[in-house]
Write a protein that binds this ligand. Structure first.
Ligand code: ATR
Length: 279
């Protein structure tokens, strides 16, 4: 790669950011397509987020991804929110158009594209989503756009699930018929009714974490997604049952691919991006 005076700069704002895989696969995509650009990690302290976003204009940085813990706060500091960001209330991508910053959310499409590798047709499906935080909001946005039939939304704090439904009612018709909030304790009651199970919480990140429900009751016909980037106990149980299953890497790759397309206007080389991470 030869850098010169015209090299465009892209990056990711996170805290921490050291473990991010995005610099690896975004750089692989730029190299593959011969685009004169770099993608670098920026560790941004939460107190400095506003200044960091302003700096995009000053330094003419062409675009950034936004990751934990900035996805919600960042929307206060940009010039324009795209439609999905208004609903999801979180952004993971900024495009700098001549000093005018537009925020996008590509997590939802990243999730859907990843899931479609296992379930090409989501219309009419019944889904259990565990967790009602930022990732869950993006995933539910995607599932509603794909016309799923039913979403059981299980969360430790039930009010948070109820709040999500109230807020989404403004944007999606009959959302209160499609989404039913349930407690974590109720998961086992509803499990046999669903086609797809998605864990969006951090439970499972550590091996000693308690299971979210009795994983032995999974059925072979069910598809299981855990957005954590490893084979969690939930995924191990899914594998043993013969279920179709997926960890967080497909969502990561496809959200990044969509960000790449927003920035460059070119089709992202998804297979190249996957290969750069050994996937
Ligand atoms: P993200 O952006 O990754 O979704 P978040 O917005 O902080 O992160 O949301 C974290 C989600 O994980 C929430 O649904 C949270 O449940 P609460 O709303 O009750 O806090 C869930 N979560 C985190 N730790 C959990 C635990 N130990 N048990 C159950 N749920 C947990």
């Amino acid at each position: 790669m030869i850098l010169d005076g015209q090299t465009k700069v892209y990056g990711i704002f996170g805290y921490p950011v050291k473990h991010s895989k995005s610099p690896t696969f975004q750089t692989a995509a730029f190299l593959y397509l011969g685009i004169n650009a770099v993608y670098v990690p920026f560790e941004v302290n939460p107190d400095d987020l506003e200044k960091a976003v302003e700096s995009l204009k000053v330094l003419k940085i062409a675009g950034v991804n936004i990751t934990i813990p900035h996805k919600e706060n960042v929307i206060n500091y940009v010039n324009e929110l795209s439609e999905e960001v208004k609903v999801i209330k979180a952004a993971n991508t900024i495009k700098n158009v001549d000093g005018y910053l537009i925020a996008y959310n590509t997590d939802w499409i990243g999730f859907i594209e990843g899931l479609k590798e296992l379930e090409p047709n989501l219309e009419g499906k019944k889904v259990l989503v565990i967790g009602a935080g930022g990732s869950s909001r993006a995933i539910i946005y995607g599932l509603l756009k794909e016309n799923v039939d039913k979403i059981y939304l299980a969360n430790r704090t039930l009010q948070r699930a109820e709040k999500l439904i109230q807020e989404y009612k403004e944007y999606f018709r009959i959302v209160d018929k499609i989404i039913t909030p349930i407690s974590l304790q109720d998961i086992e009651t509803f499990l046999s009714d669903v086609d797809i199970i998605v864990n969006t919480t951090s439970v499972g990140l550590n091996n000693e974490d308690f299971p979210l429900f009795d994983y032995n009751i999974l059925k072979e016909s069910q598809t299981v997604v855990d957005i954590i980037y490893k084979e969690t106990k939930l995924l191990k149980a899914a594998k043993e049952k013969g279920c179709k299953y997926q960890n967080g890497f497909p969502m990561l790759i496809y959200q990044g691919a969509k960000s790449f397309e927003i920035w460059t206007g070119q089709k992202a080389p998804v297979e190249v991006m996957k290969k750069s991470l050994g996937l």
